[in-house]
Design a protein around this ligand. Structure first.
Ligand SMILES: C[S@@+](CC[C@H](N)C(=O)[O-])C[C@H]1O[C@@H](n2cnc3c(N)ncnc32)[C@H](O)[C@@H]1O
Length: 174
């Protein structure tokens, strides 16, 4: 398994452009990686947590923040968050060789695991925003979120050379 830190990239900056005005109390960055998004959230939220499955990445984070937890998605957390973001590992891959990018079958396997976990950490009026791509079967993930009882909205799309990034906002249906 490759264990390198994922440097802030096109998908990271695409998220930044679309979430920089979000404000509130509790925010969570799932798959914190370099900490770039976690640090951004610290500007506008009073309590921010970053989680990552990769302990080495958390230990040596480039953009350091305070509350880091090594776990799958939000499995180890009890807080309900107003805002959750994740730059998903969305690539469709046969095997998971790089936790930073590989999403498994149809790019659905790992994102599904993350969604299953995160839904339990959303405040009633909270939202979960994630980035995925046309390099995965993202429609399957959107349909799955709807089956779990979430409303879904495509917030933004961005065409890159060989793919389109897709930013999805989900909320609990009341
Ligand atoms: C595409 S990188 C994003 C890094 C950073 N948030 C950014 O936007 O630049 C995905 C990150 O998710 C982490 N990750 C992968 N699977 C995870 C899981 N099940 N739970 C938590 N983190 C996970 C990876 O280790 C990696 O740091």
């Amino acid at each position: 398994m490759k264990n390198d830190e994922y440097p802030p990239s096109e998908d990271t900056f695409f998220i930044v452009d679309n979430i920089k005005d979000e404000k509130g109390r509790f925010a969570l960055d799932v798959g914190s990686g370099s900490g770039y998004l976690t640090k951004l959230l610290c500007n506008n939220f009073s309590f921010v947590v970053g989680t990552d499955i990769n302990f080495d990445v958390l230990k040596n984070q480039t953009y350091k923040t305070e509350n880091l937890v090594c776990c799958n998605a939000s499995d180890a957390l009890r807080t309900k968050f107003d805002f959750i973001v994740c730059n998903l590992p969305y690539l469709a891959t046969e095997k998971i060789c790089d936790a930073a990018t590989d999403g498994g079958t149809e790019g659905f396997e790992v994102p599904k695991k993350i969604l299953d976990s995160v839904i339990g950490s959303m405040a009633d009026d909270g939202k979960f925003v994630f980035v995925t791509s046309t390099l995965s079967n993202y429609q399957r993930l959107v349909k799955y979120a709807q089956r779990l009882g979430l409303s879904t909205r495509i917030m933004a799309k961005k065409r890159l050379f060989y793919e389109e990034l897709v930013l999805v906002e989900t909320k609990l249906l009341s």
